[in-house]
Design a protein around this ligand. Structure first.
Ligand code: GLY
Length: 363
């Protein structure tokens, strides 16, 4: 069932983009009783949500005061209950680890920058503490401590397996009768008097409201009736993975130009490059070799093996985080999450569902 046809249900909502953001918003709206349709240009959760490492790590990702920073801290606090609710709703298990993050400085200069950043992060509400080389040898015995200048531990950073979150969100949405439409790009939105005409691969359908949540592709949707929303841009990242028989990386570890983490299924990830090359998907062996060298410099046991996999993804870049209405109470934006789409999903979903519910119910 979708809401095409002459009579448009007064509360019907379409979401352009079925990644972790679109699916989380859909779930929260469906829980409030809205009929929701999610369109994805290819496979649900098949882009940045699949490629992402799954770091829930304000400690490693934010170091300035901004809307994104306060949203990241708020969303981190929501994650445990978000995962628990999703697991309960779908009778599934999601790999979510409140493991913390160890950040290493291998020169006096790096240590100075780390201490300066940590002091500022403390004012934002991101705690961390200095860790001695002796403690690292005791608790992270595989970490390279030769030439280590210092380190800090961020107890509130964590990880989640975003592929499992997406799988659970798909199931949770299906159980609430959300319509999920794959391989169907949304090309155009036209704001009309009482709703929005949405043009997709399936033709034109009418909705009471539409949310643009198409990640790096969001800015490519043509909008008529209000100013064109801010541009989006793909920011490519390479990651590599090592299938490991043992858990050898029990927290996030951040070193020079590299982060490492290990999922419960044994996959130890190292990432990530940052490239502005458009929608170019190829894996570049020079970049993966550099990631492997940087990973091996921090965890020498990785230098003795070769990565079993490598992949790329497109972070959803924009000039800022855009979550909220756009010149109308019928069009809403949910993109620009950049390096923190996995982390920001619970917060984005609650904020948008609250805003849209208030907007549609008072119309
Ligand atoms: N959040 C990690 C990354 O974007 O590489």
């Amino acid at each position: 069932m979708n809401s095409s046809g002459p009579s448009r249900p007064a509360r019907s909502i379409a979401i352009a983009g079925g990644g972790i953001i679109g699916l989380s918003v859909a779930w929260r709206l469906a829980q409030r009783g809205f009929p929701v349709t999610v369109y994805d240009q290819s496979t649900l959760g098949g882009e940045a949500s699949w490629a992402g490492a799954g770091m829930l790590a304000p400690g490693g990702e934010v170091d300035e005061e901004s809307d994104l920073t306060s949203a990241a801290i708020a969303s981190r606090r929501m994650y445990s209950s978000f995962v628990a609710e999703l697991e309960q709703a779908t009778h599934s298990t999601i790999d979510y680890q409140e493991c913390g993050a160890l950040e290493l400085a291998y020169s006096g200069e790096e240590l100075e920058a780390l201490e300066r950043r940590a002091a500022f992060q403390a004012t934002l509400g991101i705690p961390s503490k200095a860790i001695s080389a002796g403690s690292i040898r005791a608790f992270w015995p595989r970490v390279q401590t030769e030439k280590l200048a210092g380190a800090r531990f961020y107890p509130e950073d964590g990880i989640v397996n975003p592929r499992q979150v997406v799988t659970a969100l798909i199931a949770a949405n299906r159980s609430l009768w959300v319509t999920l439409v794959e391989n169907c790009p949304v090309s155009c939105l036209k704001l009309a008097d009482e709703g929005v005409d949405l043009t997709s691969g399936n033709g034109v359908s009418k909705y009471a409201a539409v949310i643009v949540a198409a990640g790096a592709w969001s800015g490519g949707i043509q909008i008529a009736g209000v100013p064109q929303p801010p541009a989006s841009e793909p920011v490519k990242g390479h990651l590599i993975g090592y299938r490991q028989p043992d858990q050898t990386c029990t927290t996030i570890i951040r070193g020079t130009n590299i982060y490492l983490l290990q999922r419960a299924n044994g996959l130890l990830l190292a990432g990530a490059s940052v490239e502005r090359v458009g929608f170019e998907r190829e894996v570049n062996p020079e970049i993966t070799a550099k990631l492997a060298a940087d990973a091996g410099a921090v965890l020498p046991h990785l230098a003795e093996t070769t990565p079993t996999e490598s992949w790329t993804g497109f972070r959803p870049g924009s000039d800022a985080l855009h979550v909220g209405p756009w010149h109308s109470n019928r069009l809403f934006l949910a993109y620009g999450h950049f390096r923190n789409g996995i982390l920001l999903a619970p917060w984005t979903a609650d904020v948008l569902a609250d805003t849209i519910a208030a907007s549609l119910e008072t119309r």
